[in-house]
Design a protein around this ligand. Structure first.
Ligand code: UGA
Length: 448
């Protein structure tokens, strides 16, 4: 099939490259010319393992990029993977996504108006409405806004030009940053949210090679329910981690190891062993934003979700608890403190909502001289904290430091031995259980 993907951020770029790899012809559309040039040159605009290789293999062949929405009518289906920023109260701002939706509709309408070579100039080039499939995560009530934008784009109510030109569908994604490329190839489910048999058929056809390869279960439902599945999925996982952190904090107060407790409860397959790692909490572009957007949309609809509110509260408290453990060992005023790990999780340079941000802020409030180190996220964190000192490696961060705080579970932190030993009086406060407790280290684990 020929697919257009509007938006070349984390989700859009992974989707475009992965669909090309699945055998489809993909046109990526982005308003940023630099991103378009990068993609056409066969490079990745973001850091995601395996993505650069896919783009290098397919660029110039099955994968191309443009800034022009006129590419849409030539395709069988369009994905919208445009950013959806949050407003200060946590609710979703669909303005950019609605604008892209409207432009997609307008591009489809413009094509219908063009005379076809041997036709009468009014025949739609496509016998069925073009599915405009929302990949971005938007709350179910916000889909009405996008349907309106699509109708505005095609001109009027979307049904005046004979057969409808376009229709909205949803296909939420469940990829994790850092493993997005392999997750695409091995998903645990596909969710198709459509209002018509024709849109569903196109999504089925698009994913047929993947279904044949993996036998992945397909959930077929309406667009709103599909998006609620996405929110429920992320909210459940975020709340699971917060519950584990709540229990973990209690374990710490009781002098117990939360990991020993969680390893045991994970044996109950109703609980599952996954996402039971307690520590400094969840960050990233998804859990915080999606939980906040769901809470805000629920409140607007008349329901205040108590458990989700508590999940956020527990998450917000974890960085401060980490710092309180440090306070118990060192007065960090005017002392150098190394923050190990700046990315919100390993395998990515993304620092959005990274727990490192409140940790750095808390250290600075205490008057500490903070030095940060991350194997890949230094440049992205520099945008957030331009005046912070960044070390080239862990050894440099730890040299002369009075203490180290571990915020991201990068594998390389598990083997820091000589580097800790080189500290005058090594104090390690671990927020991810990546450093081993041992002789010669003053070591504190957040929940163990
Ligand atoms: C998450 C979901 O896992 C994906 O399914 C979803 O598609 C994605 O959000 C999204 O909505 O786009 P992601 O944010 O990439 O993926 O990262 P996760 O691996 O889920 O980790 C999220 C945060 O939870 C990280 O800060 C991680 O350190 C933390 N975490 C995770 C824990 O603290 N404990 C755990 O046991 C697991």
């Amino acid at each position: 099939m020929h697919v257009t993907v509007v938006g070349s951020g984390y989700v859009g770029t992974t989707l475009a490259a992965s669909l090309a790899d699945l055998g489809h012809t993909v046109t990526a559309i982005d308003i940023d010319e630099e991103v378009v040039e990068t993609l056409n040159a066969g490079a990745a605009p973001i850091h995601e393992p395996g993505l650069e290789e896919l783009i290098a293999e397919h660029a110039g062949d099955r994968l191309s990029a443009t800034t022009d929405y006129a590419a849409i009518p030539d395709s069988d289906l369009t994905f919208l993977a445009v950013q959806t920023p949050s407003t200060p109260d946590g609710s979703l701002d669909p303005t950019a996504l609605a604008a892209a939706t409207e432009m997609a509709g307008a591009a489809l309408a413009a094509d219908v108006d063009e005379p076809v070579a041997d036709g009468d100039g009014t025949t739609p080039t496509d016998p069925v409405p073009h599915p405009v499939v929302v990949k971005s995560t938007v709350t179910p009530p916000a889909l009405a806004t996008l349907r309106g934008a699509l109708a505005d784009g095609v001109g009027g109510d979307g049904s005046s030009a004979g057969p409808a030109i376009a229709e909205l569908a949803t296909n939420p994604e469940f990829l994790r940053e850092g493993t997005a490329v392999s997750d695409f190839r091995d998903p645990d489910k596909l969710v198709f949210g459509t209002d018509s048999a024709s849109a569903l058929d196109r999504l089925e056809e698009l994913y047929a090679p993947l279904v044949a390869e993996t036998d992945v279960p397909v959930v077929r439902t309406d667009p709103e329910t599909a998006m609620m599945i996405k929110y429920a999925n992320n909210a459940f996982l975020a709340a699971k981690i917060s519950l584990v952190n709540d229990l973990g904090n209690a374990c710490k107060e009781f002098g117990l190891d939360a990991y020993e407790v969680m390893d045991a409860i994970g044996l109950d397959d109703r609980i599952s062993e996954r996402f039971l790692r307690s520590g400094v909490g969840w960050g990233g572009s998804c859990f915080p934003k999606d939980v906040d957007a769901l809470r805000a949309a629920s409140r607007t609809a008349g329901y205040d979700p108590a458990l989700l509110n508590a999940a956020v509260e527990v998450n917000d408290r974890q960085p401060e608890r980490l710092l309180e453990l440090l306070d118990a060992h060192v007065d960090v005023a005017n002392e150098r403190v190394a923050v190990l790990g700046l990315a919100f999780k390993p395998g990515t340079d993304d620092v959005r909502n990274s727990r490192a941000i409140p940790v750095i802020e808390g250290l600075r409030e205490r008057g500490a001289d903070v030095v940060g180190y991350d194997p890949v996220a230094t440049e992205t964190m520099r945008e957030r904290f331009p005046d912070l000192e960044y070390a080239a490696d862990a050894a440099a961060a730890l040299a002369d430091a009075a203490a180290a705080i571990v915020v991201t579970d990068w594998d390389e932190f598990a083997t820091l031995d000589a580097e800790f030993d080189a500290m005058a009086d090594p104090v390690v406060i671990d927020g991810r259980r990546i450093v081993e407790r041992r002789e010669g280290l003053t070591y504190e684990g957040l929940t163990w």
